[in-house]
Design a protein around this ligand. Structure first.
Ligand code: NVA
Length: 309
């Protein structure tokens, strides 16, 4: 039996990503049409970092799929502290149908996946946030009608999980992904290389553009994220200074296409990485994006369960 996991954005082929997005749209229209967790079977949701959207959208979505969302308190479980990731994985796999884990190190998630015997889903690590990207792509599809050939500009801390996920998932969708960040906050070269490799098969592209104005010029989608990702709080002052020229202001947004949309995975800090006028303005689709986490993740769970049979 092959177990499918969703640990990073390029775990899905372009065809699988498209299928998953179709499934998410279908589930959004008919929320109770699929019940792969009927029983109810349980899904463990473990959080080693703060959460609002992820916990709530997985919890509600798992219930809609007929399952039981089981919150596992990261601090009490002490994964990798009280016992090894391997042993936790072996125990969880005997109790639940899927493990959803938000943690720091991607390697720990890989270890969980190697030993759980059930699908493991990345609910955000330092490196990737792939569930968010399914929601983001669903949102872009809804508002712009398609993904392939569209240009997306990611401005700000492109070295964070969202920068990497946009590179990989956007390239998988055949989009032209431009990332713009100051020195020290550019994505890892390996991410841009991997995205370019994928883009070569989908007709998309992945480029790093130093000036945010050039990155946003003519874009269909403009994305930013907090400058202070979870775990980086001690660097707040230094980051705010260096990243200030990359703030998504109305002036920067005006360089995109007139019908461009603005995305932000939230939580957002108005006046920092995004101006209130943009976040709360007519081009912002962030509340649809937040809602779409549920529909996207339901599709991810249904897809993994089906593919793991
Ligand atoms: N880059 C952010 C995403 C929050 C959903 C973080 O890791 O904190």
């Amino acid at each position: 039996m092959t177990i499918r996991h969703f640990l990073r954005d390029d775990d899905l082929t372009p065809a699988e990503q498209a299928r998953l997005l179709d499934l998410a749209a279908e589930m959004k229209a008919l929320p109770y049409s699929r019940r792969p967790l009927a029983g109810p079977r349980s899904v463990a949701m473990i959080f080693d970092k703060p959460t609002l959207r992820t916990q709530v959208s997985f919890g509600a979505g798992i219930a809609e799929l007929g399952g039981n969302p089981m919150l596992v308190e990261g601090r009490l479980a002490g994964i990798g502290v009280r016992e090894s990731v391997e042993d936790v994985a072996r125990v969880l796999g005997r109790q639940v149908a899927v493990v959803v884990w938000r943690t720091f190190h991607q390697g720990d998630l890989d270890t969980m996946a190697a030993h759980a015997g059930v699908p493991v889903v990345n609910a955000l690590t330092d490196d990737f946030h792939p569930c968010q990207l399914i929601a983001d792509l669903l949102t872009v599809r809804e508002h712009l009608g398609g993904l392939a050939g569209r240009t997306v500009a990611f401005v700000g801390d492109a070295a964070c999980n969202m920068g990497s996920s946009w590179l990989l998932a956007g390239a998988t969708a055949g989009m032209h992904v431009r990332v713009s960040a100051p020195a020290g906050y550019a994505p890892r070269a390996a991410m841009v290389e991997r995205a370019s490799e994928i883009a070569a098969t989908t007709g998309g592209s992945a480029t790093v553009v130093a000036e945010p104005e050039k990155a946003v010029a003519g874009a269909d989608v403009v994305v930013t994220d907090t400058w202070i990702s979870m775990g980086k709080e001690a660097e707040e002052a230094a980051r705010a200074e260096v990243l200030a020229p990359y703030s998504l202001t109305p002036a920067l947004m005006a360089l995109a296409r007139p019908d461009a949309i603005a995305l932000h995975c939230l939580p957002a800090y108005r006046g920092k990485e995004i101006a209130a006028e943009v976040l709360d303005g007519p081009q912002s689709v962030v509340w649809d994006e937040a809602e779409n986490r549920r529909h996207a993740q339901k599709a991810v769970l249904a897809f993994l369960l089906e593919e793991s049979r």
